[in-house]
Design a protein around this ligand. Structure first.
Ligand code: SIN
Length: 481
């Protein structure tokens, strides 16, 4: 029987950088639900926020804490910002290139709620894709593709591996340490910016095996998304566009965000999202746009090539034409509770990194571009914690449980769930709508459904319950009576 030293679930920045920091002679396997690029890292546009110099560390901490609206764990934020420069440098030392000016100086851009320019970017607006490709090219360990994790093998305080569905068959994969780096929950919502593979199943499995999910009501909505496409993943229009001069305007071309917050386009993203949502509700039928009137064409094409060409494919001529926007679900601040070494409480050998984890580094509202930084800082910590972990493994037999993953009618229910989450557990919530959502989700759970839908429903239920338990608005959780 094959026993891996480490199995990593997920091949985004958190999973791949964990792998990169585990010595080559260790037996590591990375599991990937579909193709390697089917992860949120690949689609990240804006960049990686990082203190520009030692003096900027305290300011980056302050900005992160302010955006987090009092729910951050300050120690986690200190880890993020004080270890961030070294973590980014370690990738640059291995050859990762960020965008530079003609003199070879790193270019830092600005995004909402950062008090200075500190966002590194690569390939213009293709930061995630460039970083992901780099990590794939430098990854020393094997990847297993098209592999759905369907169970965590666990007994008492130990995990023994995972059960997977691969090439039409179920099988167990055993390991001494398990790292969950599978991303967030995007597909629970009707409108989202996430990769199609991001569907909360790992959070559901963690819940079923006794892990605590924390702050699940803290769901972040990105304010500027083009949602009128038939793709599940909607087209993100990066924060850095507003950071560099794009305006949010109404049909008459008026910038109305100042009516909501004096920082206008540069207000934190929860404020901008709510403002756009509220404006649309108050002006029924009116569209809201992102306008690029300040940009010169050749600069725009070079600085934002992904957005330029994606929107060209959708029929827009940028920067001349403005694009209708709406907020859409973007990021889960909550996740599986872990400590600052990424270890999950009550387990000896279970680790979580990236969006699936909750260190409380983002509190109630994540500061723009802190997520890629979180991925690289905490993955280094995970690799170190694993190297310190005792590695004995005594095999135990697990009963082969092959619960059907899908059942007839699941797809329709899944789509209905997405609508419920968008309509009733979205940008502006009310107790009444949350209670109605809870009731509908409870009804679905009792039906004859497949395991993957049950996991989605269980995580949705956690989000709704957490939202009901939090009586007042905080950060991304906004409740109106
Ligand atoms: C963006 O480019 O707007 C996304 C950045 C982020 O989610 O932090």
């Amino acid at each position: 029987m094959q026993i891996f030293d480490v199995v990593i679930v997920g091949a985004g920045i958190a999973g791949l950088n964990t792998a990169l920091n585990i010595p080559k002679d260790k037996k590591v396997l990375i599991l990937c639900k579909e193709n390697s690029w089917d992860c949120n890292t690949f689609y990240a546009q804006g960049g990686i926020s990082v203190p520009v110099d030692e003096e900027d560390i305290e300011l980056h901490i302050k900005d992160t804490l302010l955006a987090g609206a009092g729910l951050c764990d300050e120690d986690a934020v200190r880890v993020l910002c004080s270890e961030g420069m070294d973590a980014v440098k370690s990738l640059m030392d291995r050859g990762l290139e960020f965008d530079k000016d003609n003199e070879g100086n790193l270019l830092y851009t600005k995004e909402a709620a950062h008090s200075r320019n500190r966002i590194l970017h690569a390939g213009g607006d293709a930061t995630g894709r460039v970083v992901h490709l780099f990590l794939m090219q430098n990854n020393p360990h094997p990847l297993m593709y098209k592999t759905t994790v369907v169970d965590i093998l666990k007994k008492d305080d130990r995990v023994y591996g995972v059960r997977v569905f691969h090439k039409g068959k179920f099988k167990n994969i055993y390991c001494k340490n398990l790292v969950l780096a599978s991303g967030g929950i995007g597909s629970l919502y009707e409108f989202h910016t996430n990769s199609r593979t991001i569907s909360a199943d790992i959070q559901g499995l963690a819940l079923e095996c006794g892990c605590e999910l924390r702050d699940m009501e803290m769901t972040q909505f990105h304010p500027t998304v083009f949602v009128n496409t038939d793709k599940a993943r909607k087209q993100l229009l990066s924060e850095s566009l507003r950071g560099e001069g794009a305006y949010v305007v109404n049909e008459k071309g008026e910038r109305f965000l100042f009516d909501y917050d004096e920082r206008g386009e540069l207000s934190p993203r929860d404020i901008v999202s709510r403002a756009i949502f509220d404006y649309k509700q108050k002006h029924k039928g009116e569209r809201v746009y992102l306008s690029f009137e300040n940009f010169e064409k050749s600069f725009f094409k070079k600085r934002f090539p992904t957005i330029y060409y994606n929107l060209k494919d959708l029929g827009f001529n940028l920067p001349e034409e403005r694009v209708p926007i709406s907020p859409a679900f973007h990021y889960a601040m909550g996740g599986i509770k872990c400590d600052l070494d990424t270890k999950v409480a009550n387990f000896r050998n279970l680790f979580v990194v990236g969006e699936v984890a909750s260190t409380r580094v983002h509190g109630a509202n994540r500061l723009a571009s802190n997520s890629l930084l979180e991925g690289i800082v905490f993955s280094i910590r995970a690799a170190k914690a694993i190297s310190r972990n005792d590695t004995d493994f005594s095999h135990i037999e697990f009963e082969d449980k092959n619960e059907p993953l899908f059942k007839e009618g699941d797809k329709e229910k899944k789509n209905e769930l997405r609508k419920i989450m968008w309509d009733d557990v979205g940008i502006i919530r009310s107790r009444e709508k949350l209670k109605s959502a809870l009731h509908k989700v409870d009804m679905f759970i009792q039906e004859d459904i497949g395991k993957l839908l049950r996991l989605r429903l269980r995580v949705s239920k956690e989000i709704i319950k957490s939202a009901l338990n939090r009586k007042e608005s905080l950060g991304a959780h906004y409740i109106k009576e």
